[in-house]
Design a protein around this ligand. Structure first.
Ligand code: HEC
Length: 91
């Protein structure tokens, strides 16, 4: 009886780990999708949710770097996404 319970637990563990593995692989796929997006696209999708974004010429590159760090925490975007957006805005 005890042995049977242990076997059942093993299957449960395998099932749980499979779920975790599948969700990790899915999140990687999502990251690749984001990686192929341009700065302009990321900017359009993330920076106009809360306010109208000022035009790229409104601030210097140094100012955009600071704004990027500040707004990254608000928009909940990754460092890579922020860098792409800042590069686009600094053109
Ligand atoms: C969750 C809401 C939110 C998101 C998303 C967001 N912002 Fe903001 N933003 C704010 C708020 C609130 C302020 C007001 C001042 C502050 O908090 O610093 C602001 C202020 C600004 C300002 C200053 C405007 C001025 O005239 O001084 C700029 C520039 C800006 N955001 C750019 C961006 C960029 C670029 C992004 C995308 C990476 C972004 N924001 C995403 C909420 C947001």
């Amino acid at each position: 009886m005890i042995t049977k319970n242990i076997k059942n637990r093993t299957w449960l563990l395998i099932a749980v780990f499979s779920c975790i593995a599948v969700s990790i692989m899915n999140s990687c796929a999502e990251t690749q999708k984001v990686a192929s997006k341009s700065g302009a696209q990321l900017w359009a999708e993330n920076c106009q949710r809360c306010h109208n974004t000022p035009s790229p010429s409104a601030f210097s590159h140094e100012q955009w770097v600071t704004i990027g760090m500040h707004m990254q925490t608000r928009a909940m975007i990754t460092n890579k996404e922020r860098d792409k957006i800042v590069a686009f805005l600094s053109q």
